[in-house]
Design a protein around this ligand. Structure first.
Ligand code: FES
Ligand SMILES: [Fe+2]
Length: 443
């Protein structure tokens, strides 16, 4: 439970809000590179941290991110002409380059130097791993990019996707660090024998009430959720996963040491979130034959609505609150699905969006399974206040290597120290040839 004041503190991200200021300390994934497919292609409306922006790719292929209102008299640059190294406002022809410089002002006399005095506030952009990243913060020299392992992987290894969630960023993120929902929302209908023998998925189904350990780290918070294994009385199955400042998660599915995958829960505004999921292709195939089709239900057959140019027109899926996510009550009764909703990400979105645009956290009841949710909120509140009151730079901004982490599941002897015993497997950039990805079994 949170006070109304703290709930506001955590969920509001617009310009000038304390959480908005915290997020603006970091590079922010703004859009996919494929949304600006070619030099001089169509400008795109981008809603980011509550700001209305126009993204464009100039003649040299560089990306610009400008405020949507033209600095002259506010016409939208969305209607601009993207030509010859700049975006030209169609109202009076003022033209801006990717750095926000006004390079032409054709409705003023040629002797006027007014154009040298006008600038659009352009946010610096870089492209990496199929994502356009923007720096919207106060520094004249932006901080280093986060040192995620996948940012350095070759292009052909990258896989990045995006989906819009129609609610506040924090409730989407809290679903990632709440491992106990997996045993219900996604596999609540399954029996242990439905999963591959001795797989992590089987262990999850055997015991749906994991215990938690949480630990503050230099990148955010790490948890280990553990449970006994019926067939190995001397071992425990651990799911180890991370929250990373300001809005990243690495979840506990897959095999620790093998899996490279990060989700960014990027606020478009206070009530819409763009989830960008980056993974390496080598992690695809690990659990195709899990008996419950978790992998297929996660990645195959997602139905997106056609992209439109409006502020909310990007990466929307067809199932939504407006159609109750196409819930099939017969399927729900049949024992073949816990929810009757098709697809793991759709199940996640259904419960998360059903909480309302911004969850009222003054009326919830948190149990021991919410230990990680509580710790993440505390950590965020402490960092927001430290920045707001004392100007303390939040975790990771100037230390890109703290993002060099991996997450996933592992079986450890009962008496092992989970932090020490997993230190090597949690380290990014390490090749573990001996790991068997199929042990995950989708869970
Ligand atoms: S409003 Fe853009 S040039 Fe006048
Ligand atoms: Fe989920």
């Amino acid at each position: 439970m949170l006070s109304r004041e703290n709930n506001e503190l955590l969920t509001r991200v617009g310009p000038g809000t304390p959480m908005g200021n915290l997020m603006r300390q970091y590079w922010v994934p703004a859009l996919l590179s494929t949304e600006l497919p070619r030099p001089d292609s169509d400008p795109v409306r981008v809603l980011l941290l509550g700001e209305r922006l126009i993204a464009f790719r100039d003649t040299a292929g560089k990306v610009g991110l400008l405020p949507h209102n033209c600095p002259h008299r506010g016409a939208s640059l969305f209607f601009g002409r993207n030509e010859e190294h700049g975006l030209r406002c169609v109202y009076h022809g003022w033209k801006f380059d990717v750095s926000g410089r006004c390079v032409d002002m054709p409705n003023e006399p040629p002797e006027s130097n007014f154009k040298d005095k006008v600038r659009a506030r352009a946010y610096p952009c870089v492209e990496a791993a199929g994502i356009v990243w923007a720096y919207m913060g106060p520094r004249s020299e932006p901080p280093p990019m986060p040192g995620f392992e996948w940012l350095g992987a070759p292009d052909e290894e990258q896989d990045v996707s995006a989906a819009q969630v129609e609610c506040n960023w924090l409730q989407t993120l809290e679903g990632d660090v709440d491992t106990s929902h997996f045993g219900f929302l996604h596999v609540g209908h399954a029996k242990p024998e439905d999963a591959p023998e001795d797989s992590f998925l089987q262990y999850v189904i055997e015991d749906r009430a994991p215990r938690y350990k949480v630990l503050d780290t230099d990148f955010g918070v790490m948890y280990g959720a553990y449970r006994p294994i019926r067939s190995h009385a001397d071992s425990l199955y651990w799911r180890i996963a991370h929250f990373m400042f300001p809005f990243y998660t690495m979840v506990g599915v897959g095999v620790l040491g093998d899996k490279v995958s990060v989700a960014a829960r990027v606020p478009m505004d206070d009530t819409h979130t763009l989830v960008m999921l980056s993974r390496l292709k080598r992690n695809y195939t690990s659990s195709k034959a899990d008996g419950l089709g978790i992998t297929q239900r996660t990645f195959d057959g997602r139905r997106f609505l056609p992209t439109t140019a409006d502020w909310y027109g990007r990466f929307r899926e067809e199932p939504g609150l407006r159609n109750d996510f196409f819930i099939d009550r017969e399927l729900q009764r049949s024992g073949a699905s816990y929810t009757g909703i098709d697809g793991v990400p759709v199940e996640d979105r259904a419960v998360t969006e059903s909480m309302g645009p911004i969850l009222d956290r003054t009326v919830e009841h948190l149990g021991s399974a919410d230990t990680m949710v509580i710790r993440v909120r505390r950590r965020l509140m402490a960092a927001v206040r430290a920045l707001d009151e004392k100007g303390v730079v939040p975790p990771g901004v100037d230390h890109p290597l703290v993002y060099q982490q991996r997450s996933g599941g592992v079986v450890l002897p009962k008496d092992a120290d989970w932090v020490e015993a997993t230190e090597h497997l949690r380290r990014a950039g390490v090749d573990h040839a001996d790991l068997n990805p199929s042990t995950a079994g989708g869970g």
